[in-house]
Structure formats: C-alpha cells, structure tokens
Write a protein of this length. Sequence first.
Length: 145
Amino acid sequence: MNDKQGLVQHTNDFFNLHWGFDSKAPRWDFSWNWCGAVPNYLLGGLYALFNGEDLIYIGLGTSHGGGRYQDRGISRRLMAHVLRNAPKEMEVSYIPRERWKKLGVDVVATLGFPKDKNYLSLALEDYLIGQTNPPENRNKRIKKT
C-alpha cells in the first residue's frame, strides 16, 4: 500500500517490533496546511510527501543543527530540500520547491521522535522505504523483478 493508510500501518508494524519503551510511539501528523510551522518542526524524524493519497517520497530529518535552530531536523531538512517561502501575495506560508511541485506534492506529513529515541528514525526510514517503495526514493528503491 503506497498511501496514507499503508504508511501508518507499516509504521505501526515497525513500532510493534521495535518500540519497547513505556512511552507511546510517535504518530504521523497529516494536519499541516502549508501555513506556519510544520508539525514536529522542533524534532528529528521523518517526513512523507504525497500527491493526494499517493505516497511519493519518505525523507529523514535528523540534523542536530546549531545555534538557535538546534535539533530542528525535520524543519531544517524540509526547508533545505522540499519547501520554499511562498510569495507574500499567497495565502500560505510555503510552497513546494520546483521538483516537488512538478510531482504534484500537496501533502506533507511528519513523524517526530523524542531526542533520546531519534536514532530509531533511521531504521524506520529504511523499513518504510523497503515496505512502500515510494517512486522518488531512488537511492533506496527495491528493484522489482
């Protein structure tokens, strides 16, 4: 399943295998409407890009940053590679960069990890790409025979 429901299900499967902590596992947030800060912007973790319901890319944002932007891995990565500031006349704060605009990206979802568990985001990214095979994750795509 290469859609929102599939992403959530595969994420839950991963956490059922690997989340042995007393706290609840992180959950995907699909609520962002291109205005203001993205959900989980202060955390490291994952982001997923969709065209409608179709998952097209899973990305990792785990940078520890520096200065006043320390530990803002998700927002730092999105701003560097996915988003750009919208023109002032638009009603939104951000728009997709040209590559993602051409692919019809209209939904950005995020999943943020607590700082002490952020190391799991790398494993989750690898697991999800293997399970969902998003078309734009070229470097980690599974070749179908």
